[in-house]
Design a protein around this ligand. Sequence first.
Ligand code: ZN
Length: 214
Amino acid sequence: MVDTSKHLTVAERVERLLETGDPLPIVAAGDPVLRRVAEPYDGQLDDALLARFVTALRETMLAAPGVGLAAPQVGIGLRIAVVEDLARGPREALEAKGRVPLPFRVLVNPSYEPEGDTRVPFFEGCLSVPGWQAVVARHARVRLRARDEHGRAIDEVFTDWPARIVQHETDHLDGTLYLDVAHARSLSTNEAVARHWSRPTPEEAARELGFELP
Ligand code: ZN
């Protein structure tokens, strides 16, 4: 089958994608779009189309369910991501992870830099790597610069679990998957995590699976 979508502009590809309806199909690891550095957003979509695209990204994230989704995960190589975490679940696990509610945000052209040297290890997963989780030692605190969907500047410090989410999503826009920065020996199926590694922190997993925590 000839892929004619390569000849379309990104706006035409987004239009075509939105015709598939919510939730959008999520691209899985192995698709090259997840490995390319996404193009900076510079008005390629008009305001109405950007608004529709962002709504579809949010619906797709919530339906998955997930706490973040980057445009390349629906096959669009633009530097746009959405994040939102209602932080529901057992209180012990939420507190151990510093998982506090992260209100819905649109991140356009985000970049982050760590503040301080502290890294915190936890299991995390990705909608583009379904069924698996691995431990990633993420910066505990990052300064995120971006624009929102209206072009307003975002310059904000994120900590704990929200910091993890914005790092994970921004990394997607650079063609990086969490597996690239995870402890490879921690790789576990969702079932294995539920069965063996349901403790809030990964010390026991590190001991039993044989990887070093920071
Ligand atoms: Zn992901």
